[in-house]
Design a protein around this ligand. Structure first.
Ligand code: ZN
Length: 289
């Protein structure tokens, strides 16, 4: 199980959510059979979605984060519920490119630097909230920070990391998101900057034995932080036969009749690869409903 721990400064002006996403990113690798650099990129985005989704108010609220860059991975899409459970999809799961000049997986090279990051929050209102910004980095964390600053006017710090073993399994994955509320004082901002500059990368912190809670507290060091909440999170797909039926119905009568003539159809869920089979009789029944 993954875990999200949220901490808050004593004056309640700074909040940090930290995630241990190893299990989530492992599921991504198992389901989508991603190459190492795509595991890292999609894993980072999934953890970001989870951190953004965690704490949405309504039980049925969700957030969809989409990165569409000009790199070989194509579009990456992650959806989180309000408990931080997340599902992920990538257009091209296998991208083989050299390591970057720091000897790390080149997420920017796989994602691309020209394109957009868009966020859709379904908060149970008539219209979902949508925000879109151009990519500024392609490494995901900086793009999330830029999105929050530009689109939501929330100053933040985001760090995301995934380490992949030579056999393509996930060694460790984690991240954190610090968000400053409008009444945060300059001294708190200075303290956060000092903390961040003094911190190793998230994967180094995890590898050195720090827990999610340790990281969430360390990020707010000097601000008398307290743990606000602590939840288990996982890779979770909420697809169902009913949802697939609705998608089929939206194709319209003509396409459904063609599918029935072809002897039925198999619909595969993009997020979990579960297959839903429909016989010609079942398809015709959808038309007449
Ligand atoms: Zn599914």
């Amino acid at each position: 199980m993954g875990r999200i721990v949220r901490t808050i400064s004593k004056d309640a002006s700074v909040v940090c959510s930290a995630i241990d996403g190893k299990d989530i990113v492992s599921r991504i690798e198992q389901i989508h059979k991603t190459s190492a650099v795509v595991t890292a990129g999609l894993g980072r985005l999934a953890m970001a979605a989870s951190l953004l989704g965690f704490g949405l108010k309504g039980d049925n609220d969700s957030v969809t984060v989409r990165v569409a860059g000009d790199g070989p991975a194509g579009a990456l899409i992650c959806v989180s519920d309000s408990m931080g459970n997340v599902k992920a999809y990538v257009q091209n799961p296998v991208v083989e490119i050299p390591l970057n000049d720091k000897g790390k997986l080149d997420v920017r090279g796989a994602v691309g630097t020209n394109g957009t990051l868009s966020v859709v929050k379904d908060l149970g209102l008539k219209e979902p909230y949508c925000g879109q910004v151009p990519l500024v980095s392609g490494e995901i964390a900086e793009d999330i920070t830029n999105y929050l600053a530009v689109s939501e006017q929330v100053p933040s710090v985001c760090a995301l990391g995934v380490l992949v073993n030579p056999d393509l399994t996930v060694k460790c994955a984690g991240g954190f998101l610090i968000q400053l509320l409008p009444f945060a004082q300059d001294s708190a901002i200075d303290q956060i900057e000092k903390n961040i500059n003094g911190m190793e990368s998230v994967t180094q912190l995890i590898s050195s034995g720090m827990t999610t809670e340790d990281i969430a507290l360390k990020a707010l060091e000097g601000l008398d932080p307290n743990v606000l909440d602590d939840f288990e999170v996982s890779y979770r797909c909420d697809c169902s036969r009913k949802r697939v039926e609705n998608a089929l119905i939206s194709l319209g009568r003509k396409d459904l009749e063609d599918l029935a003539k072809d002897g039925g159809t198999d619909v595969e869920c993009h997020f979990c690869e579960k297959r839903y089979h429909f016989t010609p009789e079942e398809i015709l029944r959808l038309i007449h409903n």
